[in-house]
Ligand binder design. Structure first.
Ligand code: ATP
Ligand code: MG
Length: 192
C-alpha cells in the first residue's frame, strides 16, 4: 500500500515566502509556539484530493484516470493571497494559505478528480472542496490571542503563485521526523 494524494506544487519563491511567514509564526509568544507544528517549507503544497491507502497496483490505474483530466484542464494563473484557519480564525486548528479569488477553477478541478477516483474506490470528501495550502497544525490548547492577531495581520498578504503547470500524484510516507513526499506521476495541465 502507498499513502497517496493529488496536489499542485508551489514554486520555490512561493515556498520561500511562506517559509518566512512560518518563521514569524514560530517567533510568536513561546507559549503558543510550542503547540504549533509548521509544515516544512520543502513540503508545502496544495492538496486537490487525498486518496489515502492505495494498493501499489492501483497506481497505474489512478494515473491513467487522472491523465485525461489534466490534459483537458487549464488553470488560470493563481496566487496565494491570504491566510486563514479551519475551523475558524477564532478556533485555529489548521493554518492555511489559499487563493482568495478565483477559487472556482481549483474547486472544479478537485471535483473532477474526485469523480474520476470514485469508481476506483476512493471515498468522496465529506467536508466539501476547500483547496488550501496547510501551513501549520495547531493544538487545541494553544492560546488563541496571538494566533488570531497573526492571522488578522497576514489575512491579505500575497505569497506568490501556485504552479499550475501540472498535477502531481504524490506518495506520502509518514515518519516521526515529518512526512516525506515522493512524486509518483506528474501530469501536465492543459496539454490538450
Ligand atoms: P502529518 O499527517 O504527519 O502531519 P501530512 O499531513 O503532511 O503529515 P499526509 O497526512 O500524508 O501528510 O497528508 C498529505 C496531504 O493530504 C496533506 O496536504 C494533508 O493535509 C492531506 N490530507 C491528509 N489526510 C486527509 C484527509 N483525511 N482528508 C483530506 N485531506 C487530507
Ligand atoms: Mg496528515
Amino acid at each position: 500500500m502507498k499513502r497517496c494524494f493529488v496536489a499542485l506544487r508551489l514554486p520555490e519563491e512561493t515556498r520561500a515566502a511562506l517559509g518566512r511567514l512560518l518563521v514569524e509564526l514560530r517567533e510568536l509568544a513561546p507559549a503558543a509556539a510550542r503547540r504549533l507544528r509548521p509544515v516544512r517549507s520543502t513540503n508545502l503544497h496544495l492538496t486537490l484530493k487525498f486518496l489515502g491507502a492505495t494498493p501499489d497496483d492501483q497506481v497505474p490505474t489512478l494515473t491513467a484516470a487522472l491523465e485525461p483530466i489534466a490534459r483537458r484542464s487549464r488553470l488560470p494563473p493563481l496566487t496565494l493571497d491570504g491566510i486563514g484557519a479551519f475551523p475558524s480564525a477564532d478556533r485555529p486548528r489548521i493554518l492555511f494559505a489559499a487563493p482568495l479569488h478565483p477559487q472556482e477553477p481549483l474547486c472544479h478541478l478537485a471535483e473532477e478528480i474526485e469523480q474520476a477516483c470514485l469508481p476506483l474506490g476512493f471515498a468522496a470528501e465529506k467536508r466539501g472542496q476547500h483547496p488550501h495550502v496547510t501551513l501549520a497544525r495547531i493544538e487545541a490548547a494553544t492560546p488563541r490571542g496571538p494566533l488570531s492577531d497573526f492571522i488578522a495581520r497576514h489575512a491579505h498578504d500575497a505569497f506568490g503563485a501556485l504552479d499550475v503547470s501540472a498535477l502531481v500524484l504524490f506518495e506520502s510516507q509518514l515518519s516521526p521526523s515529518g512526512s516525506i513526499y515522493t512524486p509518483l506521476a506528474t501530469l501536465a495541465l492543459g496539454a490538450a
